[in-house]
Ligand binder design. Sequence first.
Ligand SMILES: NC(=O)C1=CN([C@@H]2O[C@H](COP(=O)(O)OP(=O)(O)OC[C@H]3O[C@@H](n4cnc5c(N)ncnc54)[C@H](OP(=O)(O)O)[C@@H]3O)[C@@H](O)[C@H]2O)C=CC1
Ligand SMILES: O=C(O)[C@@H]1CCC=N1
Length: 264
Amino acid sequence: MIAIIGGGKMGEALLAGLLATGHDPAGLLVTEPHGPRAEELRTTYGSTVVPAAEAARQADTLILAIKPQDMVDLLDTIAAELRPGALVVSIAAGITTSLLEKHLGAGIPVVRAMPNTPAVVGAGMTAITGGVHTTGDQLDHAEALLRAVGDVVRVPERHMDTVTALSGSGPAYFYFIAETMIEAGVAMGMTRTTAHRLVTRTISGAATMLDSSGEHPVVLREAVTSPGGTTAAAVRELERHGVRTAFADAIEAARDRSRDLSEG
Ligand SMILES: NC(=O)C1=CN([C@@H]2O[C@H](COP(=O)(O)OP(=O)(O)OC[C@H]3O[C@@H](n4cnc5c(N)ncnc54)[C@H](OP(=O)(O)O)[C@@H]3O)[C@@H](O)[C@H]2O)C=CC1
Ligand SMILES: O=C(O)[C@@H]1CCC=N1
């Protein structure tokens, strides 16, 4: 039995992704304290919604998908209820394996994972790292579970805050770019529907090409940049406005915020 504790944005993305890839709804429990939200998850996914302590008593694998700020209270609630041998996977930004271990008690195997919302369409990117009591088989199990909703990499824990800044928050940066490009098209007189289609397909086409070609993005960008042409004019404006530095600073800020979250 798998329990997803926290039926918010990311908990739902994992739930939807696992169900879409053939997980039996009867083998999935959800914990969600907010009544209307719990009802929505019941009706949309046929989920069984139970309190956290009950989920801990029943599940072999618990996925903790609550806010980092709520984590310590939840760990203290479930610690005494866990089934022997249960694996606890936290997807909370900034929450370290040592904090999980400290509150869950001696010997509990934990995995710190950082997924992203494209998991909902099976195109997630997740990084995982194990705690001191986690065996290779348990890490394999967590990887197999998350692989159902996308790609998975293993990283040393010291990189998890950087992962959070790159791929955890990453989809938001692309939605921000998409939003900005669509608005630019609308400002130039194009219909919102057409601008949306042009931008969406351009982003997904560029991402597919980047992924499948294995080329460095600079090579692909140069292929778009005709001498004396439109792209060169656009890129010069991006550089003039410091967009490269803005991205680097934004990603560092996300990394630093992830570090802060482990301090409560
Ligand atoms: N959103 C994203 O793209 C990603 C998020 N994450 C991580 O996932 C976690 C959840 O984020 P997100 O889904 O965005 O946040 P949300 O606020 O959408 O979801 C959190 C959910 O957990 C519920 N909750 C709060 N306390 C408990 C509890 N004790 N037991 C069970 N459920 C509880 C909340 O209910 P209520 O609102 O009533 O408090 C809410 O529905 C965070 O730790 C975040 O760092 C990781 C990767 C990507
Ligand atoms: O914004 C956040 O804190 C979470 C973690 C990564 C993506 N969303």
